[in-house]
Design a protein around this ligand. Structure first.
Ligand code: FES
Length: 211
């Protein structure tokens, strides 16, 4: 015959005390305590957000110079073989290809500008920025027939500014506020022409490097 016990039969003196490890019998947190806990959690999250803001700005500032250097201006860039330049000083236009870094991506051979090169001797080359000092349009090299003569010159088609082959303005009143910008650091090494490429501000009477 099966014997059944009541719970009170198992506890001494018949007291119906809850056992300490009986989870179902633990009391819930009071409402005030839960509110206090939530407030503390929100305050902690606000502090983390406030702390990470300046840290993020510092990290961005740390990497910004690397990004600017990645534009590759200001470094010597190999432009063209010396032999590819006409010996009579006729200008030739070349792209400047350099490594460009944009945030986390590196582009190995990106065009970052253009230059005119003129060979003025066995080992002498001069370089000009192609960007017009007026508003930055691309200057062209043109040969113009004037009577029996062929005039060689630089010409900006945007506002019809004319320059001679040394980059000097030739119009009585020119739209360009200054002569063409020369790139003063040019070197020849192992039969190649290298130029330290720079950009300059437009619209100013003096040549100012754009950084
Ligand atoms: S942009 Fe060259 S003359 Fe205006």
């Amino acid at each position: 015959m099966e014997t059944r016990f009541r719970r009170s039969d198992l506890i001494p003196n018949g007291e119906d005390k809850p056992m300490a490890d009986d989870i179902s019998l633990r009391p819930e947190l009071p409402v005030e305590e839960r509110r206090g806990f939530l407030k503390k959690l929100l305050a902690l999250l606000a502090w983390i957000a406030a702390y990470l803001g300046p840290v993020g700005a510092a990290v961005r500032a740390f990497f910004a110079p690397a990004r600017q250097k990645g534009q590759a201006t200001g470094q010597f860039t190999r432009v063209a073989p010396l032999d590819s330049l006409p010996e009579d000083g006729t200008p030739k236009k070349f792209p400047i290809l350099a490594q460009r870094r944009d945030a986390w991506t590196v582009y190995p051979n990106e065009p970052i500008g253009q230059v005119f090169l003129r060979r003025l001797g066995k080992e002498k080359v001069v370089a000009f920025q192609v960007k017009c000092p007026h508003m930055g349009c691309a200057i062209s090299y043109v040969e113009e027939k004037q009577g029996d003569e062929i005039v060689k010159k630089f010409y900006c088609p945007c506002h019809k500014a004319n320059f001679d082959l040394d980059g000097r303005r030739t119009d009585p009143v020119s739209e360009s506020p200054r002569d063409m910008d020369t790139l003063d650091e040019v070197k020849i090494e192992d039969g190649f022409v290298y130029v330290r490429f720079k950009n300059f501000r437009t619209g100013t009477p003096t040549k100012e490097e754009e950084i």
